[in-house]
Design a protein around this ligand. Sequence first.
Ligand code: C2E
Ligand code: CA
Ligand code: CA
Length: 551
Amino acid sequence: MVIAIANNLLSENVRVLKSEVSRTAYQAVAVAVASIIIATLLVCYYQNGEISLQGIVDAQKNNFALWILDGIPFVFGFWGQYSSSIIAYQAGALIFDQTQELRSRAEDLEKKATYTATHDVITDLPNRSLFYDRVEQGIISANNQNKHLSILLVEIVNFKEVYDTLGRTSSDHIIKQISSRLQGVVLGADSVAKLDGNIFSILITDPAGEQEAELVAEYIQKVLEPALVVERLSFAAHTNVGIVHFPEHGEDVDTLVQKAGVALYMASKDKDGFAVYEPSFDQHSPRRLTLMSELRHAIERNQLELYYQPKVSIQTGELYGAEALVRWHHPKHGFISPDEFIPMAERTRMIKSLTLWVLKEAFKHCAEWHRQGKELIISVNISAKDLHDPELPDLIAGVAVSTGIKPEWVVLEITEGSIITYPELTLEIMERLTKMGYKLSIDDYGTGYSSLAYLKKMPLTELKIDRSFVQDILHSESDDVIVNATINLAHNLGLQVTAEGVENEQIMDKLKSYGCDIAQGFYLSRPIAITDFNQWMESSQWQMKEEVALN
Ligand code: C2E
Ligand code: CA
Ligand code: CA
């Protein structure tokens, strides 16, 4: 198919080029014919003293030089045809070669992007998302063939110490050595993956009995016993292994990995350092380990709620928009802070469903405000993990269409961490979102590693100064200097600045004098449920511009 299209393209190119070259040859033939006419007329005039038909015929019959001239148009014609064919084919082939080269370069880039999205940068092992895909595939074929699967989670317990003492480069070396040893233990490198900084996973398809996983766990501990060496320092890895079996312990990958996490926790209490999941473990394991499977139900059963916190334009006092913040009212545990469950959701694939839920809910409310003539800008938090998902822009576009929202009404808040892990992929996704018309904001600015160079590269609209700096602006001189400098820096980069954590009027006044654009914080309102927010809008001193005009 591709070859047929390429061939068609080539013959079309050849036809165009040929007609171009032929046109020049026709012009040459015309010039030659004109020269013959002029030369014949001149010969006739010089021989007879006048121009007559008989004189022209005699000149053509008797003049040898005119005979040669008569032949030239034929030579030009023939030469033109011949060289046009050659040039056209050469040029056509050249274009064809270059097109092929460009196509193969584009394919290479695409492959590279897919590879970075599915592999761990340090070890080249499959990452969490590829591992989940493989387990899903494994589950399908195990179901078809009536077979079993085992999953092992391997945690290098003391890895943080290495990181803290030896730094990043050395700990990368250590993790590579561990990865090589693990690949040696199991057959086929593809069944080992790296899920987190210090957690590896192993998938055993079709184990020979339940004991095989335990045997592999023992091998893992043995192979990691000899010290790992970096910079002449030796390091003994201390590992725990959690094991689950399919189909006994769960029928989908999320449940299986969650239960393997519970087993891993119990392994840390066990002298052998490994444990196979048992339902009774759930009662002893920390709340966070069981919470994950409940979060899925919470999303499905609408136990989550979005709260809104207003954003106000500091210089004019007008209401600018609102940030959507998710809340979880757990039937048993009561209120659970997003600071607790978002990082957990980010460690599994749950974050994608959560973000989708938040987007749908927030866009729906925002569309409703606009229908009522309230032109609020909605800010939605997008997790670092979401920004590594090439499907994100399409998901957002789908929600926007189904809720009737315009991209200009939306700010997507992202944190610096997301950009640092996979800069190329993240930047590409950010650029796609910007082209679609969404505004991007860098959240919690000042707490990460963002350098000026990074900010310049990113298609951003807004910078949000982290609340930890803003809260103390009245009492800490250094925070005051940082906030003021950040506002100037952001303005120089053409970004609007939102200050979070505006807790009183004095902070608001100070920010106003620094030229800060937008304020968000308890002084204006705490995050509140949608009905409270709608009431707040009616009664608060911070009104939308249009409404002020109407009153
Ligand atoms: P964030 O994006 O920095 O959100 C602002 C947080 O600051 C909110 O905490 C808000 O309640 C709090 N805050 C606002 N004004 C003030 C103030 O004046 N003083 C103080 N001390 N705090 C203030 P919250 O709602 O607990 O959210 C915590 C974090 O959880 C958020 O931080 C955000 O990173 C994450 N989060 C919340 N909702 C979502 C969501 O829907 N998706 C994702 N991916 N993350 C979310
Ligand atoms: Ca935020
Ligand atoms: Ca923030």
